[in-house]
Ligand binder design. Sequence first.
Ligand code: DQA
Length: 147
Amino acid sequence: THVLVLNGPNLGRLGRREPQIYGTLTHAALREHLVAVGHDLGLRVDVRQTDAEAQMIDWLHEAADNRIPVVINPAAWSHYSIAIADAVAQLEAPAIEVHLSNIATREEFRHHSVVSAYVTGTIIGLGASGYDYALEHITALMEHPQE
Ligand code: DQA
């Protein structure tokens, strides 16, 4: 199974960006890790990051058209982008939203995600392992689609 892991704005700066909040793993290291985790699970994982909303929407359309499962961290877009939410709403395969930090314990403006209503489920506050769990869940869903 092909899976897209899509990371939104500022996540390309992982490792350098507020490491006390987002950890010390770089985006390149995260990609390498998730490709390896995916390989062990029998998934072909494609990890992409963009700071451009149009690019993210394009990737979501690609996933919608090809029924590709998605793991998405919409980053700041989570909190206000109806365009990203509308694109996620078109996905037919499983979609899991991941946030590295526990957005519920942070500033008020991070508490709500406009994307969450359109995903299969959300993993927040577990750091980079959240992506691993999302890939494991997608594997389980592929094996037992009713769960
Ligand atoms: C984030 C949380 C968002 O509030 C923030 O804008 C991000 C990253 C997270 O992974 O914890 O860029 O999505």
